[in-house]
Design a protein around this ligand. Structure first.
Ligand SMILES: Nc1ncnc2c1ncn2[C@@H]1O[C@H](COP(=O)(O)OP(=O)(O)OP(=O)(O)O)[C@@H](O)[C@H]1O
Length: 252
């Protein structure tokens, strides 16, 4: 990777849905180890931008560079293979499987074949899952089925899975929206631990205190355009909310 190249760079990204201009002229750099809060009112374009980064939508215009190389991420599988992981609110966890199996979901280890039947290396997967959880200071019962876990614990499983499979960029969509107060802090801590381990995190949220607690940088989208961008310590909540409502400061 060229020295100092951002992990991901978007240049002049635009997206149209027929007559709707969902995004225009988005320039954005994402750096390893940062937590970037992506803010905007309903319909501002956050989901569209995240889906472009995750390969779920093709942009109508613009270019993307991953670690300095131009990429076309027009397929979620491809984005995933390049280390871009999205954790949506309705998590893709398998409720009937235990925590360890979920960390290996779709990428199970096989120890040997019994005729045509692969035998899963359960003990090995459990051991590695335990070390992945420990690495991020997550405490979870490995043998418990995920369907019995709380919302926050499921988020933790998804985060551990992303970290174990060496995601370089993790996009989280409203991670604290559907969880209890008690788990809220734990998830924020986990996001910070993930970033400290060198992963870039994009946090899509409407929860202002979360932004000030964990985000290192803030980007505000307003009506499909980037209205404000800056380090969290250099911005105030008032400026951010104003940008969400009225757009760029020069336009106000
Ligand atoms: N698949 C689609 N087809 C047509 N229009 C779309 C589609 N997806 C999004 N849009 C439009 O693009 C604009 C941006 O929507 P987007 O969902 O990205 O906003 P958002 O900031 O994520 O909003 P929210 O916070 O409500 O999720 C909106 O005007 C929306 O109606």
């Amino acid at each position: 990777m060229p020295e100092n190249a951002p992990l991901l760079e978007l240049r002049n990204i635009g997206k149209r849905f027929g007559a709707v201009h969902a995004l225009r002229g988005i320039d954005l750099q994402i750096i390893s180890g940062e937590v970037l809060a992506l803010l905007g009112d309903n319909g501002a374009g956050k989901s569209t931008l995240v889906k472009i980064i995750a390969g779920a939508h093709a942009p109508s215009s613009g270019e993307m560079f991953l670690a300095g190389s131009k990429v076309s991420l027009f397929d979620p599988r491809h984005a995933h293979d390049l280390g871009i992981e999205t954790i949506y609110q309705d998590l893709a966890v398998a409720e009937n499987l235990d925590v360890a199996s979920n960390i290996f979901l779709g990428r199970e280890r096989k120890s040997r074949m019994l005729g045509f039947l692969p035998i899963l290396a359960r003990r090995e997967m459990r051991r590695e899952a335990a070390s992945a959880l420990e690495h991020l200071a997550i405490e979870l019962p490995l043998r418990q089925v995920v369907g019995e876990l709380s919302g926050g614990q499921r988020q933790a499983v998804a985060i551990a899975r992303a970290a174990y499979w060496q995601a370089r960029l993790v996009i989280m969509d409203e991670p604290t929206a559907a969880i209890g107060v008690g788990e809220h802090e734990a998830i924020l801590k986990l996001i910070q631990n993930l970033a400290r381990s060198g992963v870039a995190v994009i946090l899509v949220t409407h929860t202002m205190p979360d932004v000030w607690q964990v985000a290192t940088r803030i980007v505000v989208l307003t009506r499909g355009e980037k209205a404000l961008e800056g380090k969290t310590e250099e911005l105030t909540e008032e400026r951010v909310v104003r940008a969400m409502l009225v757009g760029r400061e020069s336009d106000a």
